[in-house]
Design a binder for this molecule. Structure first.
Ligand code: UD1
Ligand code: MG
Length: 477
């Protein structure tokens, strides 16, 4: 292998004015996940792990982002379409055979012209912050390079960072190659680096596969540089959780929890009460207003906004929905792509499906399901009801057990219920139809035609009482 070009005297070069390029290593097989899906697409905190890393790279002032893909490359690339990610600063780099992290970074060389600062991230280390990358870039300034390290109580499978008595970097040993003394080292390699290009590429050419995993280790490049007397800076992460990498499903759970915890801490600092954080799952994408009270077993995910002063009771699940200030969602209610205005009361055991819109002060009670339905101001649907493809006017009252029969087996049809209407209990509303303002339907009616405003519609057979019925039955016996 070629010798590194000694002419590139990195010790004196400065990153000032040099372009900053991020390289995300995301080609690995991730065998320990035991999955057919590429590892970097597995979700943590509500998003594929690669998306977190990409976001961080974008926030750290990189003008170009190279993503090295290989295993499941097409699937990984389709992430941008599926997640609606802007692709303009991304260059996809193929690593056809996954020979190790050193080999992965070497694939970036044709895409790096002249001098540059490379910020190298691993696609499986999603907790890293842009601030850390900035610090790494600064630490590498005027040096050969810099690596982020953390002290972990359980260093697990991460590479151990060895230093000499003077605290100077010596090398990184992978857990698979470490002897017991080295394994006992708690200082781990976070897999985040700042390097000077083109020097780093010269070092990558000197790597070999003489290790337990038969891979070309990027980490060995740092050891070679230290051997050459180069200055390799170590940046210690204050928040050691930033170093958590995901190699198996247990790591995935750890990182997922860490991402949620970070967000819960932030929400609590901002004035949200979360009574039992360990039993609450709020994805980082979710915003919550101050003075909102959140009980245990609540799960909030996706593009969800909860306004100020709301109460979310035990077991409430909300996805991609908006709940405005002062609303109360009672236990075990489910909201999916729903909008709930201020002062509404929902649940317990309510299910608001996509397209449900509740205007101010509307109430939805237990065992009520709504879909593509708008409830007017202070409208009430209190018990055991299905409303699909419906519009319900202001102050309307929907009795117990009402059903919009919206589907004829082929098409869906709309039901329109006017302001102040009273739909009696157990009314079947065979759509399409309109119940006029202030109209009433008699309990137990099957309504198949529109009802004019103010009218009473009775759509059931008249009651007949047969006297002495019980005595007659007895006589027959
Ligand atoms: C690596 C480091 C280890 C560090 C850990 C931090 C090496 C040799 N070891 O170990 O010191 O503590 O990260 O999380 O670098 N990848 C490729 N192509 C490949 C192999 C891997 O792109 O041929 C990518 C993977 O998709 C992954 C990243 O590089 O995103 C790290 O690879 P992984 O196999 O997970 O390395 P670790 O064993 O975690
Ligand atoms: Mg890893």
């Amino acid at each position: 292998m070629a010798e590194p070009s000694r002419s590139s005297n990195t010790a004196s070069s400065s990153s000032v004015g040099k372009p900053r390029i991020a390289v995300i290593l995301a080609a690995g097989k991730g065998t320990r996940m035991r999955s057919r899906r590429p590892k970097v697409l597995h979700p943590v905190g509500g998003r594929p792990m690669l998306e977190w890393v990409l976001d961080t790279a974008r926030h750290s002032g990189c003008e170009k982002i190279l993503i090295v893909v290989g295993h499941g490359a097409e699937e990984v690339k389709s992430l941008v379409g599926e997640r609606n990610i802007d692709e303009q600063d991304i260059t996809w780099v193929e690593q056809h055979q996954q020979l190790g992290t050193g080999h992965a970074l070497a694939q970036a060389e044709p895409h790096v012209d002249g001098e540059a600062t490379l910020l190298v991230l691993s696609g499986d280390v999603p907790l890293v912050t842009a601030e850390t990358l900035e610090k790494l870039a600064t630490a590498a300034d005027g040096r050969w390079g810099a690596a982020a390290v953390a002290e972990l109580d359980e260093p697990g499978t991460l590479g151990r960072v060895l230093i000499d008595d003077a605290g100077k970097f010596v090398r990184i040993v992978e857990a698979a190659d470490a002897n017991p003394a080295e394994l006992a080292v708690r200082r781990v390699n976070a897999g985040l680096y700042a390097f000077s290009a083109p020097t780093i590429f010269d070092y990558l050419r000197r790597l070999n596969t003489a290790n337990a995993q038969g891979e070309i280790y990027l980490t060995d490049a740092l050891g070679l540089a230290a051997d050459d007397g180069e200055d390799v800076a170590l940046h210690t992460l204050k928040d050691f959780s930033e170093a958590f990498g995901i190699n198996d499903r247990k790591d995935q759970a750890t990182v997922h929890r860490a991402l949620l915890d970070r967000h819960l801490q932030q929400l609590m600092s901002d004035g949200v009460s979360i009574l039992e954080p360990a039993r609450t799952a709020i994805e980082p994408t979710v915003t919550v207003g101050a003075e909102t009270l959140i009980h245990p077993e609540v799960s909030l995910s996706g593009n969800t906004h909860i306004g100020p002063g709301c109460v979310l009771h035990q077991g409430v699940h909300i996805t991609d929905s908006r709940v405005e200030g002062g609303a109360e969602i009672k236990p075990y209610s489910i909201l999916d792509h729903a909008q709930v205005a201020g002062e509404c009361i929902v649940g317990p055991f309510a299910r608001l499906r996509p397209g449900s819109v509740l205007l101010r002060g509307a109430r939805v009670g237990n065992f009520v399901e709504t879909k593509k339905t708008q409830l007017g101001v202070e409208a009430k649907v209190s018990h055991l009801t299905y409303l699909g493809d419906a519009t319900v006017g202001d102050n309307a009252n929907i009795g117990a057990g009402v059903v919009t029969c919206n589907y004829d087996g082929v098409n869906k049809h709309r039901t329109v219920i006017g302001d102040g209407a009273f739909v009696g209990s157990d009314t079947m509303l065979v759509a399409p139809l309109t119940i006029g303002d202030d109209a009433t339907t008699a309990a137990g009616s099957t309504i198949t035609e529109s009802v004019p405003p103010g009218a009473l519609a009775v759509g059931r057979s008249r009651q007949r009482n047969i006297s002495d019925w019980a005595r007659r039955q007895r006589r027959k016996k």
